[in-house]
Ligand binder design. Structure first.
Ligand code: ADP
Ligand code: ZN
Length: 515
């Protein structure tokens, strides 16, 4: 029986930490009890301890599957520095080196082995003679082609559960909305996993969305106003990263481009310079950042609209890991939206990608606290406005929208949570279109109760209700609108809902700045 006392002693003696962070101890206990576990924790939240510590307490080996070959060495070195026997196996090693590590595993000389998913087959022959106590799958969202960072090799990992049915699997990730979580769990064949979701709230990050007009000038002004602060500018294309880095360099800002098309030597040089404060600004594609441990990134700018909220939240999360105030700015442009829509519609899972993009767009158009929107996207319900986003700082006018909310949420119930947004609006407005009649929706209660409100306004109100967390879009169920538990409060407990007055399309947000 492993007591909390033992866990704390192990934490202190092997890792030098006094206490566990949120969810770490609970996750470790679940694994030690042999259960499959899905741990969702923000970047910097302390995921590594969740498998490194149990690895020390288990009799056998812990396999850590990680996509980040470049970081394996650092992780293993730091474990060794703490006196923990660890090794890594990947394609950068010679066959002799790999064989040596496998021998060490067979002889129980190693507790933890880091391995890239592509390299797992190296262990195939050894599997039958190894005692494997835990399989940890880091960056588990790479398994899902619905999210970003999809790694085809991850999709093969499902066989691990079949091969080692009694070995607990711990899947870890910093980015997973509901759909992705489900996908991870399904694809890895997890057995009734216990799911831990840490709070994703990063209060020290300010949130701001700006129109993209003259964005280069805006960026230059911003950087020049804080010459000692370093930051990342995310761009959609490789070419933009290079063009922007060049423009900034020309006027004396120490900026470099980073993208997957550059040769790996240059990439790691740029990365090192940034980490060591020798380069102030990185203009990068989303290839930059996964696993980069730099605590004093003071700002993150999105030059282009991100593809989805998961990616956006992970990218801004690279700022302020030291907990100090940090700024994030997203530039929204209609042109970007059109281009991303085109990409999404041509790619895999087009429907889901488009819906996620739409959600991103709704975030930029939002009239309520942006942090609430982000957190509700990750199913985290917060009631207070954050005070640290542009909307909280310059709130638009709002009114008592309780009746509107009640009508909309009742309509969603009447339609059995099985219709997308547009049908709900048609239903509320008493539309006589063919689909409504085909489904005989005109006979249901609440049909047409919202006839006095325009289609555009209903659409906006529903988006606000989604952003406020009262309902949500089920991306992999034809974008049906579902209620969240919060909706009950409005429908049955008289909760008041504040809605924002709907703005006319194309009204620039900056015009409402006056207070
Ligand atoms: P993640 O993988 O979730 O991004 P890491 O496991 O790399 O995060 O941990 C982030 C940082 O927090 C590391 O420097 C780690 O040593 C530190 N850390 C983790 N757990 C604790 C703890 N219980 N107490 C103090 N520091 C911790
Ligand atoms: Zn806010």
């Amino acid at each position: 029986m492993i007591t909390s006392q033992i866990l704390h002693t192990t934490l202190k003696e092997n890792f030098g930490f006094e206490k566990f962070r949120s969810n770490q101890e609970e996750i470790i206990n679940t694994i030690l009890n042999g259960n499959d576990t899905l741990a969702i924790m923000p970047t910097g939240g302390g995921k590594s301890i969740c498998f490194q510590l149990p690895a020390l307490l288990f009799p056998g080996i812990t396999i850590v599957i990680s996509p980040l070959i470049a970081l394996m060495k650092d992780q293993v070195d730091s474990l060794k520095a703490n006196g923990i026997a660890a090794c890594f196996i990947n394609s950068t090693q010679t066959e002799t080196e790999q064989q040596q590590h496998i021998e060490n595993l067979k002889n129980n000389k190693v507790k933890l082995v880091y391995i890239a998913p592509e390299s797992l087959s190296y262990l195939d022959n050894a599997f039958s003679v190894l005692t494997i106590s835990l399989i940890a799958i880091d960056e588990a969202h790479c398994i899902s082609s619905w999210g970003h960072d999809f790694r085809p090799a991850y999709t093969n990992l499902g066989y691990l559960k079949n091969r080692f049915p009694s070995t607990p699997i711990l899947a870890l990730t910093a980015t997973a909305d509901k759909a992705t979580r489900q996908d991870i769990s399904n694809q890895l064949n997890l057995r009734k996993p216990t799911v831990f979701i840490s709070s994703f709230d990063r209060k020290n990050l300010s949130l701001e969305v700006r129109p993209a007009l003259d964005r280069v000038k805006q960026i230059i002004d911003f950087i020049e106003s804080k010459p000692n602060d370093s930051g990342i500018i995310y761009c959609l294309s490789r070419k933009t990263t290079e063009d922007l880095a060049e423009k900034l360099s020309k006027i004396g800002i120490n900026a470099k481009a980073y993208h997957a098309g550059l040769d790996s030597e240059l990439r790691s040089k740029t990365q090192d310079e940034f980490i060591n404060d020798q380069c102030q600004v990185i203009c990068a594609t989303i290839a930059f950042g996964m696993g980069i441990d730099k605590s004093n990134v003071r700002w993150v700018i999105h030059y282009n609209l991100p593809k989805n909220i998961e990616g956006y939240y992970q990218e801004i999360g690279r700022a302020g890991r030291d907990g100090l105030a940090s700024e994030t700015i997203l530039f929204e442009s209609y042109g970007d939206l059109i281009q991303l829509q085109k990409f999404a519609s041509q790619g895999q899972n087009a429907e889901i990608q488009l819906a996620k993009l739409e959600r991103m767009k709704q975030y930029t158009d939002a009239l309520s606290c942006r942090r609430k929107i982000l957190l509700s996207y990750f199913s985290e319900i917060v009631t207070e406005n954050c005070g640290n986003c542009d909307i909280c700082k310059n709130p638009p006018a709002f009114f008592d929208g309780t009746i509107i909310a009640q009508k909309a949420l009742s309509a969603i119930i009447r339609l059995q949570e099985s219709e997308p947004l547009a049908v709900i609006v048609d239903f509320l407005r008493g539309s006589k279109n063919a689909y409504i009649y085909e489904k005989e929706y005109q006979n249901l209660k609440t049909y047409g109760v919202g006839i006095e409100t325009s289609w555009h306004d209903w659409n906006q109100y529903l988006i606000q209700l989604i952003n406020l967390g009262y309902c949500e879009i089920a991306f992999h169920q034809q974008n049906k609108i579902k209620l969240t538990p919060l909706a009950r409060k409005v429908l049955f407990e008289n909760e008041k809902v504040q809605l924002n007055t709907v703005q006319k399309a194309n009204t620039s947000k900056t015009e409402t700045k006056e207070t």
